[in-house]
Design a protein around this ligand. Structure first.
Ligand SMILES: NC(=O)c1ccc[n+]([C@@H]2O[C@H](COP(=O)([O-])OP(=O)(O)OC[C@H]3O[C@@H](n4cnc5c(N)ncnc54)[C@H](O)[C@@H]3O)[C@@H](O)[C@H]2O)c1
Length: 296
């Protein structure tokens, strides 16, 4: 396996392209937006510069990694002669089903089609293709170049051979793959999201405040970040939509999203990306913090 196509140059797509290119694969990075491709490449360059400054890679390795990535704005040109396509486009069912329908018609019959989806059923995505045995979940974690885990998700019809190819490939990227079956939330989000939801319920019921809840989990459980801060980083809209997938998929009320989470999303408080969630990330708040540092 030498030629890889990555669809989507956003947060995850550029990280996946970076990782494969760093390990010598030829990567075609595809996005419908030229701006996303430019931003993606500049993020990859910035991350490589950071690694260079820490002497983790040489300048030659940086240049070679960048030379291994080519960008495209159409699927047809980008997936030609690729052995593996990894889809990391926006999390939207219809969008992904359309992409996989098209991939199935334009890719070689042997090409493996993987998706980085956080919550959409691999079996459903595979069902729109004529090669469900070659469709698989390859769920990287953010930031991709740093995080070791790859959750490898077998759809109902994914073959043993395709699963073992993707497990081996992940190891070649110096990642640790784990194999899981295709049920709502897979493993990562099935366990993470109820924990975040429970933290939000604790706040909603007045058991403790934001600082107290996050401090208990950071200092008591050695989590690097508290659950409310983590929810802000993931995006409260993303957390809500994954909880809905769990709730609908299992029909079990234990996954019902906390009303406070629903209200915050309706109010546009989405966490870091909107400037406010459980914490305040607005510019004025940042300026206030800087000013306080000077005064002290
Ligand atoms: N952000 C995370 O922490 C994270 C972690 C694990 C998995 N994921 C999953 O990875 C996928 C991508 O998430 P992201 O956070 O990188 O999103 P993002 O919004 O940062 O990037 C998505 C990119 O897809 C592009 N795109 C949209 N439609 C397209 C199309 N038809 N063809 C090509 N490109 C298209 C957009 O222009 C955008 O650049 C989602 O399925 C998400 O669930 C995200």
């Amino acid at each position: 396996m030498k030629n890889i196509a990555v669809i989507g140059a956003g947060t995850m797509g550029n990280g996946i392209a970076h990782t494969f290119a760093q390990f010598g694969y030829q990567v075609n990075l595809i996005d419908i937006s030229e701006t996303s491709l430019e931003k993606g490449l500049s993020t990859i360059t910035r991350n490589l510069d950071r690694m260079l400054a820490k002497e983790k890679i040489s300048n030659e390795a940086k240049l070679q990694t960048l030379a291994n990535i080519k960008t495209y704005t159409t699927l047809n040109d980008g997936v030609k002669n690729c052995d593996l396509v990894i889809e990391a486009a926006t999390e939207n069912v219809d969008l992904k089903l359309n992409i996989f329908k098209e991939l199935d018609t334009i890719c070689n019959t042997e090409t493996i089609l993987a998706t980085n989806t956080s919550s959409i059923s691999i079996t459903k995505i595979a069902s729109v293709t004529k090669r469900p045995d070659k469709v698989i979940g390859m769920h990287f974690m953010n930031p991709v170049p740093i995080m070791k885990l790859v959750e490898v998700i077998r759809g109902y019809s994914t073959s043993d051979q395709v699963t073992s190819t993707i497990m081996e490939l992940s190891k070649e990227l110096k990642k640790v793959p784990v194999e899981v079956n295709d049920y709502p939330g897979f493993i990562a989000n099935r366990i993470l999201m109820p924990m975040l939801n429970e933290a939000i319920y604790s706040l909603y019921e007045g058991v403790a405040g934001v600082y107290e809840i996050d401090t208990v989990m950071k200092l008591g459980m050695a989590h690097p970040m508290g659950p409310l801060q983590l929810a802000d980083f993931i995006g409260l809209d993303v957390c809500l939509s994954i909880l809905k997938v769990l709730h609908n998929g299992f029909g079990n009320p234990k996954y019902a999203p906390c009303p406070l989470l629903t209200n915050m999303v309706m109010a546009g408080k989405l966490g870091v990306k909107s400037g406010e969630g459980f914490y305040d990330y607005s510019e004025s708040r940042k300026a206030e913090k800087v000013a306080k540092q000077f005064i002290q």
